[in-house]
Design a protein. Sequence first.
Length: 94
Amino acid sequence: MSHLPSPSHVAVSPACSGFWILAAGRTVQMRPREPSTLKVVCGRVWATTDAPVDRSARRLGDHVLAAGDVLVVLPGERLVVEAWGDAPVRFDWV
């Protein structure tokens, strides 16, 4: 199962059960043990991964994701996510 640390700036949303909240301007780093998906539920995030270069899939580098966007992260890849803007972000990590 994927692992998500739970520091004080990342919390489970009581209003949206099953979703995580990342405070504005804060970051969280994840490194899944199995294929995982980041799905933005509300707001926008900046995300970057250290995936091997695959220009056809556009997997390496920075991504700005908005509500409804998803990013697949493979086992062992490092993903850094930052809440983009002045509001908290809700996301799902499965």
